[in-house]
Ligand binder design. Structure first.
Ligand SMILES: Cc1cc2nc3c(=O)[nH]c(=O)nc-3n(C[C@H](O)[C@H](O)[C@H](O)COP(=O)(O)OP(=O)(O)OC[C@H]3O[C@@H](n4cnc5c(N)ncnc54)[C@H](O)[C@@H]3O)c2cc1C
Length: 464
């Protein structure tokens, strides 16, 4: 490069044959003998000394600076030469700087991709389908914008807003996993996500959603005849009719197998007469359709669809006042005094799940093979013998699990914001390790719980 520069420099040099600078000529030049005075005349600026280089080193064969014009030209060339050197130097400096900047940018991008997201550590979002996300987001907007503002007052006043059930019906949330009957027909995971969203705002309304969807609609969908489904489900899915599920009794909660409510069959009138009481029943004070479990003459527990309109005064459903929790959910009793239930309102199911246990015991005492167990299970399932209220409860519990995590997520977010904002001893509460540990534990438990729920939902959808 320097060579090229030299050549271009030389070519650009004006030829002034009269003046020569001492020391810039070749030794054999005759000008070497010139006096100091003559030198001063010819090199008044003492360029030779200032430059302190042999012209040969810079431009090769010297041809001398012969005039001010020549010096001007020379300085121009020097400027261009130094500018070129600057470019080289700059590029040498800029190249690593550029590399540094690029590296930093890529590092930032990489960091963004792998950044830890405390709100979704296991990237649950990436495991959901587009439909699930769409439905969840739509319901999230409703919960945050419509439900949340009403919930605080509802909690204070123990008030349940029936209109909210209708709105949930319009959004396709009620009985959403069902196929047909106006239901959305979405996956179990989608149902779980909805329960999570609503309980993120309020557990009371999640309770209402669970009872309507999994217990009341679920019981008719699983055990109802086609006629029963056609008659009840569309209005329950739209939220026009509210359902409840009466299993617990004043004397029997956990040990529901000892149920006292009786259903006596009147073969002449082809009706059942129901007597007994249920308590702690969600939605019962406002329910139009009551799924009631009662023991029949043959000792078996069966499910009945009790219609408030038909039952009349023989049915009463007083509200239980003064709950300390789930205050926006309405809870009550079901008191039945010879309530008439037409035969066609009997659900096609009997028993809790004890029969399954007995059958498996029999097999265990005999020759046990995997096929025989599976065969027996298949038989029992086909005959609807192992189903009953517990299978409805299992579905509800699945949704409740998602819901509870939604509530936990809300608690975590609120606690995090509070401890970040609240300052004590001149620093945020969240700066204390003990607070951080609690928040980290919450985050871990929620993340693990959500993965478990997701897995159960996927298995459920695969009928496993
Ligand atoms: C807000 C609310 C809404 C409800 N909604 C409904 C509804 O819609 N439909 C419905 O049918 N029911 C409903 N219930 C009732 C609920 O299902 C019962 O509360 C539950 O089954 C427990 O029954 P219990 O309250 O009689 O408690 P109990 O059965 O008396 O039990 C009391 C405690 O003892 C424990 N316990 C019981 N047996 C054992 C044991 N063998 N070993 C160890 N511990 C034991 C229990 O876990 C519990 O902690 C609701 C309850 C509430 C609070």
């Amino acid at each position: 490069m320097l060579g090229r520069f030299r050549n271009s420099f030389r070519c650009g040099m004006p030829k002034c044959p009269t003046i020569r600078i001492p020391g810039m000529e070749k030794p054999e030049s005759s000008a070497a003998a010139e006096s100091a005075e003559e030198l001063e005349d010819r090199d008044p600026n003492n360029l030779n000394q200032h430059l302190q280089v042999m012209w040969d080193d810079v431009i090769g064969e010297p041809e001398g600076i012969r005039s001010p014009e020549c010096a001007w030209r020379l300085s121009g060339h020097c400027f261009r030469l130094s500018r070129g050197c600057c470019y080289v130097l700059l590029s040498v400096l800029i190249a690593p700087l550029l590399a540094l900047c690029l590296g930093f940018t890529f590092a930032c991008l990489a960091f963004q991709v792998t950044a830890f997201n405390w709100e979704d550590p296991f990237e649950l979002e990436s495991q959901l389908t587009q439909d699930e996300i769409l439905m969840r987001d739509q319901f999230r907007t409703y919960c945050q914008e419509q439900l949340l503002p009403r919930v605080i007052e509802a909690n204070r006043k123990e008030h349940f807003d029936r209109e909210i059930m209708r709105q949930m019906g319009q959004l396709g949330v009620l009985g959403c996993t069902m196929k047909g009957y106006g239901a959305a027909g979405v996956s179990s995971v989608a149902y779980g996500l909805l329960a999570r969203e609503i309980e993120n705002v309020d557990s009371g309304y999640r309770s209402a959603l669970s009872v309507q969807s999994s217990l009341a609609i679920g019981a008719i969908y699983m055990f109802g005849s086609d006629a029963q489904k056609e008659r009840f489900l569309p209005k329950m899915v739209s939220g026009e009719k509210i359902g409840c599920f009466g299993l617990t009794e004043p004397n029997h909660g956990s040990d529901i197998g000892a149920m006292e409510t009786r259903a006596i069959y009147d073969s002449d009138k082809k009706v059942y007469k129901l007597n007994g009481s249920k308590t702690w029943i969600t939605n019962s004070p406002i329910a139009d359709v009551l799924i009631v479990w009662a023991r029949c003459d043959d000792g078996q527990i069966r499910g009945f669809i009790v219609e408030r309109e038909v039952a009349g005064d023989r049915l009463s459903t007083p509200k239980i006042e003064g709950k300390f929790s789930l205050r926006s959910s309405i809870t009550g009793m079901i008191l039945m005094d010879n309530v008439i239930v037409p035969e066609e309102n009997l659900l096609n199911v009997q028993g809790l799940r004890n029969i399954l246990k007995k059958k498996l015991m029999t097999i265990k005492n005999g020759v046990v093979t995997r096929d025989r167990v599976l065969h027996s299970l298949g038989y029992l399932i086909t005959e609807n013998l192992i189903k009953g209220p517990f299978s409805c409860l299992n579905n509800a519990r699945y949704g409740i699990a998602w819901g509870a995590l939604g509530a936990a997520e809300a608690c975590l977010k609120i606690a995090r914001s509070y401890t970040l904002e609240r300052k004590q001893f001149k620093r945020p509460l969240a700066a204390n390790q003990l607070v951080q540990k609690k928040l980290a534990d919450m985050m871990c438990d929620i993340a693990i719980g959500l993965q478990a729920c997701l897995r159960v939902g996927r298995l459920k959808d695969e009928n496993r």
